[in-house]
Design a protein. Structure first.
Length: 84
């Protein structure tokens, strides 16, 4: 017999608290224990919020980061006029 653990969904208030605690430096393992969910689920909630991107940008030694894509002409193949 295989047992499957059912993860509970966090309320919007709990999600906000989870994100605030993580931003304050709490570890994933502690957050998982505190909220009664797996660390994978904690990671999912943080990833869905864009928190991972914010953390990476804050940890970067480069303070000025361009988030706009570079606008360059798209490459075009040469097309012969004889239908090949």
């Amino acid at each position: 017999m295989t047992f499957q653990r059912v993860q509970r969904e966090l309320s919007p208030e709990e999600i906000a608290r989870l994100r605030a605690l993580r931003a304050g430096g709490k570890r994933l393992k502690w957050l998982a224990h505190e909220f009664g969910i797996s660390h994978q689920t904690v990671s999912r909630y943080l990833r869905d919020s864009g928190a991972a991107l914010v953390e990476a940008m804050q940890a970067s030694p480069v303070r000025e980061i361009e988030v706009e894509p570079r606008r360059e002409p798209m490459p075009v193949r040469a097309v012969s006029g004889d239908g090949r």
